[in-house]
Ligand binder design. Structure first.
Ligand SMILES: [Zn+2]
Length: 270
C-alpha cells in the first residue's frame, strides 16, 4: 500500500499522482538518453525494412552508412537535448509533466484535492489560488486557507475575529473535530504571516494538511447537512406528517430559534 508521500510526483518515479488528472498512474519518461535510444531503434528498424528491397551486394554499404548515421545522430541528440531535462507522460490522461533536475516545472499546480463542491465560488477561488501558489510558497497558501475558514464563518453568519467565530461555533455545538480543524488552520495560517513561534517541520506537508482540513470543515458544515436535508425531504409526505405530529410545533419553534427554517418551510409545504 502506498502512503501519500509515495504518490507525490517524483523524478523518474514509475508511477505517481498525476497533477493533470489526479489519478495515481504509470508514467513513461523521455530524456536525452531515451531519445538517443529511441532514435537508434527507429533507425535500425528503417534499415531492416529498406534492406528487403536491395540486392545483397549493397547490404554491407548500407549497413556501414546506418552505423555511421547512428553514431553521428546519437551524439547530436545527446548534445542538443539538455541532460537535466526530462518529461513524464501520464498513462491515464496522456498529458505530460516537465522536469528540470528534480524539480517539477510544469504544470505548476499541486496534487492536493480540489475544493469541496459545496463551498461558495468566492471561497473556492481562494482555495484554488492557494493551490496555484502552493509549489512556490506553502506559507502564502496557509494564509489563504486560513482566509477560507474565516470567510466560511462569515457565510455561516458569524462575525468578529476567527478566534471569536470558532468560539461561537463551539457554543452552537459543532463537533470537536471541526473546532480542532478550524483552530489548526487559524494558528498555522496566522503563523505563516507572523512567523517565529511554531516550527512547521515539513512546511509543505503541514500546509498540504490544511487543504484537507478546509475540505473536512466544509464537509461537516455544508455537505453533510445538505445531504441529510435532501434525504429527509424525500421521505413520503405521510411519514413527514407523522413526524411533525409526534414532535409538534416545539421542534419547529426550536429550529426557527436556531436559525434553521427548513422544518418550518417543510411544514408549510407538506
Ligand atoms: Zn494524468
Amino acid at each position: 500500500m502506498n502512503n501519500s508521500s509515495d504518490k507525490k510526483p517524483k523524478r523518474y518515479s514509475g508511477e505517481f499522482t498525476c497533477p493533470h488528472c489526479r489519478v495515481f498512474a504509470q508514467q513513461s519518461w523521455v530524456d536525452s538518453r531515451s531519445v538517443k535510444d529511441r532514435f537508434g531503434l527507429m533507425t535500425t528498424q528503417e534499415f531492416l525494412d529498406y534492406r528487403k528491397n536491395i540486392g545483397s551486394y549493397d547490404q554491407g554499404i548500407v549497413e556501414n552508412f546506418i552505423r555511421h548515421l547512428l553514431e553521428r545522430m546519437q551524439s547530436i541528440h545527446v548534445s542538443k537535448v539538455p541532460q537535466s531535462l526530462s518529461i513524464a507522460i501520464c498513462k491515464s490522461c496522456n498529458e505530460f509533466t516537465i522536469w528540470v533536475g528534480n524539480d517539477l516545472v510544469f504544470p505548476r499546480k499541486s496534487t492536493v484535492a480540489p475544493p469541496n463542491e459545496d463551498l461558495s465560488s468566492e471561497i473556492k477561488g481562494l482555495y484554488e489560488e492557494a493551490q496555484l501558489i502552493f509549489p512556490d510558497s506553502a506559507r502564502a497558501s496557509a494564509a489563504l486557507l486560513r482566509l477560507c475558514v474565516e470567510n466560511l464563518c462569515r457565510e455561516l453568519g458569524l462575525s468578529g475575529t476567527l478566534n471569536k467565530c470558532i468560539k461561537e461555533l463551539v457554543r452552537r455545538g459543532v463537533s470537536e473535530r471541526v473546532q480542532q480543524a478550524a483552530d489548526y488552520c487559524r494558528v498555522i495560517g496566522n503563523e505563516s504571516v507572523h512567523p517565529g513561534q511554531i516550527d512547521f517541520g515539513d512546511e509543505a506537508e503541514t500546509v498540504e494538511y490544511l487543504f484537507h482540513l478546509v475540505n473536512d470543515i466544509a464537509d461537516e458544515m455544508l455537505t453533510k447537512p445538505r445531504k441529510l436535508k435532501e434525504k429527509y425531504s424525500s421521505l413520503p409526505s405521510e411519514k413527514l406528517r407523522q413526524i411533525e405530529k409526534r414532535d409538534g410545533w416545539w421542534l419547529i419553534f426550536q429550529s426557527v430559534l436556531k436559525g434553521n427554517t427548513s422544518l418550518f418551510l417543510l411544514h408549510n409545504v407538506v
